[in-house]
Design a protein around this ligand. Structure first.
Ligand code: PRP
Length: 214
């Protein structure tokens, strides 16, 4: 049997996904071992293979068919804009992509001035300011702790993920605008959707069923 291969964004998302898959009878004991440094796991009996990748690489593996299925946040899907099919909202990992900053930056967002925007998500930020707000911006790509940018004067605002809002609050910042809602999604390779139609359809139906029960 051909393996059905899953690319999971390593970390909390992968752990939640593994638990969810287990509930529909797709299991892999080895992947649950917290101490393992292995990146790829196989369930020989049922023909499944799972690998753990950096979130931003999951859509790439799926686009090229190295994985049939991927589980990753919508933030990553939007940022990477790969040729993949997004087929299901798993409903967990809910958060928002927001424009954040000091309260005083609200005025700048209404002005015609070119503003500086720092983000780990330069494409999402650019697309929002170009196509939704029609405001000229200079995007500065950062790789983490983005909340620092408006505090130290690197940028006027940031575009970043807000989950509980604690990071913003503890740093004297606030949500100024919401760009979009986010959550974990299932993505599928375009060819796999045809050649593995049966197995993938069953997987999605089974997942739908248990998500409705929750
Ligand atoms: C994310 C995000 C925010 C924070 C939001 O950062 O970029 O900084 O979580 O969560 P909260 O609203 O619950 O406080 P992450 O923890 O991934 O670290 P990073 O800043 O290094 O990217």
């Amino acid at each position: 049997m051909r393996y059905l291969t899953f690319a999971l964004a390593k970390g909390r998302l992968a752990r939640t996904t593994v638990d969810l898959l287990e509930r529909i009878g797709i299991s892999c004991e080895e992947i649950k071992d917290k101490d393992t440094r292995k990146l790829i796991f196989t369930n020989e009996k049922e023909g499944y293979r799972f690998f753990l990748a950096k979130a931003s690489d999951v859509p790439t593996y799926v686009e090229y068919g190295a994985a049939d299925i991927g589980v990753v946040g919508r933030d990553t899907i939007l940022e990477e804009s790969r040729k993949i099919h997004e087929v299901m909202d798993l409903g967990f990992g809910k958060c928002r992509m927001c424009v954040c900053g000091h309260e005083s930056a609200k005025e700048l967002l209404k002005s015609n001035e070119i503003i500086r925007v720092a983000s780990k998500y330069p494409h999402i930020a650019k697309e929002y300011f170009d196509n939704v707000k029609h405001q000229s911006v200079e995007i500065i790509k950062l790789n983490g702790s983005v909340e620092l940018a408006p505090i130290v004067g690197l940028a006027d605002v940031i575009v970043d993920i807000v989950e509980t809002g604690t990071t913003l609050k503890e740093n004297g910042l606030e949500v100024l605008e919401t760009v979009t809602d986010l959550s974990a999604r299932i993505i599928v390779n375009r060819v796999s959707l045809r050649i593995e139609h049966e197995r993938i359809s069953k997987l999605l139906t089974d997942l739908n069923k248990i998500l409705k029960e929750d």
